[in-house]
Design a protein around this ligand. Structure first.
Ligand code: ARG
Length: 465
């Protein structure tokens, strides 16, 4: 049985069993919330002062001590001890060491660790969302810059991973930028929902001390206090939604990562990775491995695990606070830590890719990828699409049997397949002609890709963070 700085000793006669203390301790992971706990307490003492529970002088004294405590936490001069159950008990111990038990002991009035922790996780995540947003902006910026640099380079476009139709490399790169733009939209919509203050909810039922929760909410820069004290202390939807958005960011990186891994293979040879963003093998001297992309894929799996673990923690909980909720923190901390580790490395890897545009261009007409262009050309000659599809199918099967490209079929052979296949069809039998013709909204022609870049740049101006 050991000594502890816990906040609930009064009705207990003995001390807590060591195994139980070890099980309930959260200080090892919630210590990162210390600066937010201090912000919460600074806001709370304003409410205590307004309600007459602290004099001006007392509030000022406590506030000064908290400022000092914050500095000591940041410098490591004040540290959590094994006797501290959680960040709240450690910091109360710290405050009392500075202002004495009489004054320090007043601070806990009208709040509970339940409304405290529900507030802290929100303001912590709001801060982290800003950092993740900046890192995602960097990646979007790099993708837009690469698209500009490779504006008119063609590559094979795929469906079912088979050659489908030629597209521009710029178009493909921007197709990875837009989902990230939506992730940032999700993050800012989430911010609006997360910016409410649980403080004042107490343990579950609110407080009788006539504290004004607006004071705390305002001091913390939040929109308003939460409407229902039980919801305020028991809900973690805001945490789960953050985890979902983090998972989606990881998944979006992972999908691009998978392509980069394939593109870097000898068979594809579309890209070369910069030395600084790839790794070697301890046994095979020739190897250059796409580890950053592989770790992006791996991290996505782990982050999805964090999200599903959190959802499973929440699913059976009755109202209101249950200690299970202590398990909400490590999953989102893991997401924050891993995304902020991954994003700069991933962005650096993408920024330093060398694209083998010759190889991509060479392959972009392979697999009869211009067949749709022939069919659409026939439609423009007033052939019903059904017949156009059939005629083009016959053309492909003819070329395939002879093992030649569509453009190698002679005029006589064209005419033998269908009277509609006049020599003019050749104008669409080039990759450049095919891409140029895709002028419909969101299409892969240079004109439409330029539209996209300006739309994207409006949302994410160059160097916008
Ligand atoms: N450490 C707890 C958590 O993370 C907060 C403390 C509330 N504990 C309690 N026994 N009411 O949720």
């Amino acid at each position: 049985m050991s000594e502890s700085s816990n906040l609930w000793g009064g009705r207990f006669s003995g001390s807590t069993n060591d195994a139980v203390a070890a099980l309930s301790r959260s200080i090892d992971f919630d210590w990162r919330l210390a600066k937010y706990d201090i912000l919460g307490t600074k806001a709370h003492i304003l409410a205590l002062k307004a309600a007459g529970y602290l004099s001006d002088a007392e509030q000022t004294r406590i506030d000064k001590a908290l400022t000092e405590l914050d500095k000591r936490v940041a410098s490591g001069m004040f540290q959590a001890k094994p006797i501290d159950e959680d960040v709240h008990s450690a910091l109360e111990r710290g405050l009392i060491e500075m202002v004495g038990p009489e004054l320090g002991g007043k601070v806990r009035a009208g709040r509970s660790r339940n409304d405290q922790i529900a507030t802290l996780i929100r303001i912590y995540l709001l801060d982290q969302a800003g950092l993740i947003r900046d890192q995602v902006l960097d990646l979007i910026d790099v993708l837009a810059t690469l698209a500009q640099e490779h504006m008119s380079a063609p590559m094979p476009g795929r469906t079912h991973f088979q050659h489908a139709q030629p597209v521009l490399l710029s178009h493909h790169l921007l197709a990875h930028a837009w989902p990230l733009v939506r992730d940032l939209e999700r993050l800012s919509e989430w911010k609006a929902r997360a910016s409410f203050s649980p403080y004042g909810a107490g343990a579950l039922a609110g407080t009788s001390l006539a504290l004004d929760p607006n004071i705390v909410s305002q001091a913390l820069g939040l929109t308003a206090p939460m409407a229902n004290s039980m919801d305020a202390t028991a809900s973690r939807d805001v945490v789960a939604e953050f985890a979902f958005i983090g998972s989606l960011i990881a998944i979006n990186l992972s999908r691009f990562a998978e392509e980069i891994i394939i593109w870097a293979s000898a068979e594809f040879n579309y890209v070369k990775l910069a030395d600084a963003f790839s790794t070697g093998s301890s046994i095979m001297p020739q190897k250059k491995n796409p580890d950053v992309a592989e770790l992006a894929r791996g991290k996505a799996g782990r982050i999805i695990g964090d999200l599903t673990g959190l959802l499973a923690t929440l699913k059976g909980l009755p109202l209101s606070y249950n200690r299970d909720l202590q398990e909400d923190k490590e999953p989102v901390f893991d997401i924050v830590d891993n995304l902020s580790l991954l994003l700069p490395a991933f962005t650096g890897m993408v920024a330093t890719l060398t694209f083998n545009t010759e190889r991509m261009e060479e392959l972009s007409s392979a697999g009869y990828s211009l067949a749709t262009d022939v069919a659409e050309w026939l439609v423009k000659q007033k052939v019903p699409f059904r017949d156009a599809h059939e005629i083009t199918g016959q053309l492909v099967s003819f070329a395939e049997a002879k093992n030649i490209e569509l453009s190698d079929v002679t005029d006589v052979e064209f005419a033998a397949i269908s009277k509609h296949l006049t020599p003019e069809v050749r104008e669409v039998l080039t990759v450049a002609g095919s891409i140029k013709s895709r002028t419909g909204a969101g299409g892969t022609s240079v004109a439409r890709v330029l539209d996209q870049i300006s739309a994207l740049r409006k949302l994410v101006p160059q160097g916008s963070r």
